[in-house]
Design a protein around this ligand. Structure first.
Ligand SMILES: [Zn+2]
Ligand SMILES: [Zn+2]
Length: 158
């Protein structure tokens, strides 16, 4: 009976060599886990504040203790809806950037969508963007998250 877990691991020698402990009581390194955790603490909010009236933006505290601040123009620019995705891709391929005055966008309303997302209606009447917490953590404007989730390296020092 006890060697069932041996048999499962025998095909992966590198994993075996990294294992600690003996026999069935070995603990295996992280990559061995086949199923993703159902809940990622980094993407689970413990506190959510949306400052619609003051226009300050959205503030989220995450289960891992991290706090994210987004202002509404930033969220508008990162709207995850299909239309905005297309537009961003189109802009990325355009070579001429026209200097354009854009009014600072605000939020008209914000509401929760289930327990996984928030939907924001912006002052430019755009309201199809549903920001899942997954997505929000990934677009957190701080450098740590840029590095962790988007692989960005700040280019300002180049
Ligand atoms: Zn959009
Ligand atoms: Zn962050």
């Amino acid at each position: 009976m006890y060697n069932v877990c041996h048999l499962q691991r025998l095909d992966d020698l590198s994993m075996r060599s990294q294992a600690t402990g003996t026999g069935c009581h070995r603990t295996w390194p992280q990559p061995e886990r086949l199923m993703p955790l159902p809940m990622d603490a980094r993407k689970t909010p413990t506190e959510l504040k949306v400052y619609v009236t003051s226009g300050e933006g959205v503030e989220i505290t995450w289960s891992d203790g991290h706090r994210s601040r987004y202002d509404f123009p930033y969220l508008r620019d990162h709207c995850p809806c299909a239309t905005c995705n297309d537009e961003r891709q189109r802009k990325a391929t355009e070579t001429v950037v026209l200097p354009m005055y854009k009014e600072r966008v605000k939020a008209r309303t914000a509401k929760a969508v289930g327990n996984y997302a928030i939907q924001i209606e912006f002052s430019d009447a755009h309201k199809t963007g549903i920001y899942s917490f997954d997505c929000l953590r990934e677009i957190c404007p701080c450098q740590d998250c840029a590095r962790e989730f988007r692989g960005d390296v700040k280019q300002t020092t180049a």
